[in-house]
Structure formats: C-alpha cells, structure tokens
Design a protein around this ligand. Structure first.
Ligand SMILES: Nc1nc2c(ncn2[C@@H]2O[C@H](COP(=O)(O)OP(=O)(O)O)[C@@H](O)[C@H]2O)c(=O)[nH]1
Ligand SMILES: [Mg+2]
Length: 213
C-alpha cells in the first residue's frame, strides 16, 4: 500500500506564548476558508484547552497526548498518532502544539519516526515569541536558555500578542529574537486583531492544495 504523505507543521514556543489560541484560529481558517482537512496533535492541556469534540464537529480531528513531552517520554506515542492519523483520517495538514518546554528539532525528529507508515513532510517550524515579555523570556537566569534553543529551531518566528504592545515594544521584541535567529522569517501576529494570520496561513498551507477546486 502506498504510504500516506503527511504534512506536519509545529506551533512551538514557551508556556503562555499563545500557541493554543493561534492553533485554534489557524485550524478553523484553514478548514473553512481553504477547505483543508486538518488534524491537530496537542501535547498536554494548557491554560486554554482544545475542545476536541467541538473541533471534530467541524470536520477536524484532534489527538491529545499526555503523560510527558512528545519530544522525549512519549515520542513513540506521538509517532504512532501521526501514522494512525495518516491511515484513518488522511489529513492535508497536521498542526502540532508541543508543550511549552519542548525543543522543536526534537519534536521534528520524533515526527519522523512515523516514517515507516507515513511519509512525513516537515512543514515550517513556527516558534511563538511573546512580545509582552521579551526580556524575561531571554533572561539566562530564567528561561533564556530554553527559549533561545526553541528560537534557534524556527523557520518562522511569530512575534505574538502584537495587539498588547506598542510599536516600540514590538520592534524591541522582534530585534531581541532576531539576534538569536537572524535567518528566520519574522511575522508579528495577534490572535485578537488577526494581524499576521493571513501571512502565516499562506506559509503553512500545503502548496499543492492551494488554489484548487
Ligand atoms: N493580547 C493577546 N493575548 C493573547 C493572544 N494570544 C493568546 N493570548 C493570551 O495569552 C494567554 C496564553 O495563551 P495560550 O494560547 O493558552 O498559550 P500557550 O500556553 O502557548 O498555548 C491566554 O490568556 C490568551 O488569552 C493575543 O494575540 N493577544
Ligand atoms: Mg497551549
């Protein structure tokens, strides 16, 4: 049997950076506006839960993985979830929300373990960086090392909560993250105003599916 191709897009970033809020918006819009079949893998319930039932009523599929981080303790469970999704749901796109302490490159490696049954096509790694607290996030005495490691794996840095800061603060946050990863693409986003969301959608939707019908 031919292997199912699975496009996996990660939405990573520290705790509270806005991952779930963004994931919910992106999945809804990808499904409603672009007609894509969306699956989500969320690792651990956070402040804002993903209501699997509600999402499934809208034709999406949610896998909730607990009991550890999908990049280490439960990496095989994660890989198995991806191959199950490929086989039983065949989504156009899988959006993954790792825990706030996960290292994106390890999540990517774990996703690739599902490669025996599904061909994983790694989409962009999106790392959220909370514009309301850049100094705290990069403080080496606090979570600076972890956040730096997360940012270093980003293809796209989504500087989040752009609505909650002024222009100077947003630029400061962006410059601070850019020092860590100058090669990434930077997009200021706000789940509240919708800023940057369209641009993100264009970057994560599988190219072959766009403009179809
Ligand atoms: N002002 C503002 N707050 C946001 C935005 N996105 C998320 N938040 C808030 O940030 C907090 C953490 O969001 P959540 O999505 O749970 O972050 P996660 O831990 O990264 O999944 C919640 O209180 C959200 O309401 C945004 O675009 N603007
Ligand atoms: Mg969350």
């Amino acid at each position: 049997m031919a292997k199912q191709k699975l496009r996996v897009v990660q939405i990573a970033g520290f705790l509270g950076s806005g991952k779930t809020t963004l994931l919910l918006q992106l999945s809804r819009r990808l499904s409603e506006e672009r007609g894509l079949k969306i699956a989500m893998v969320v690792n651990e319930i956070g402040e804002i839960p993903v209501d699997g039932k509600v999402m499934e009523e809208s034709g999406m599929k949610v896998k909730d993985i607990g009991g550890g981080c999908i990049c280490c303790e439960v990496a095989t469970t994660f890989a198995k979830s991806l191959s199950d999704l490929a086989r039983t749901f065949a989504p156009d796109l899988v959006l993954v929300e790792p825990t706030g302490v996960a290292i994106p490159r390890q999540v990517k490696a774990a996703a690739e373990m599902s490669g025996r049954t599904a061909t994983v096509e790694a989409g962009p790694v999106i790392v959220l960086f909370d514009s309301t607290r850049p100094e705290e996030l990069l403080d080496p005495e606090l979570m600076g090392r972890l956040v730096t490691a997360q940012l270093s794996d980003a293809d796209i840095v989504a500087v989040s909560k752009a609505d909650a800061v002024d222009k100077a603060q947003l630029e400061f946050a962006q410059a601070a993250a850019r020092e860590v990863i100058p090669t990434a693409e930077f997009i200021a986003v706000s789940a509240t105003t919708g800023q940057g969301i369209e641009q993100l959608l264009d970057r994560i939707a599988p190219v072959t599916q766009q403009g179809g019908e």
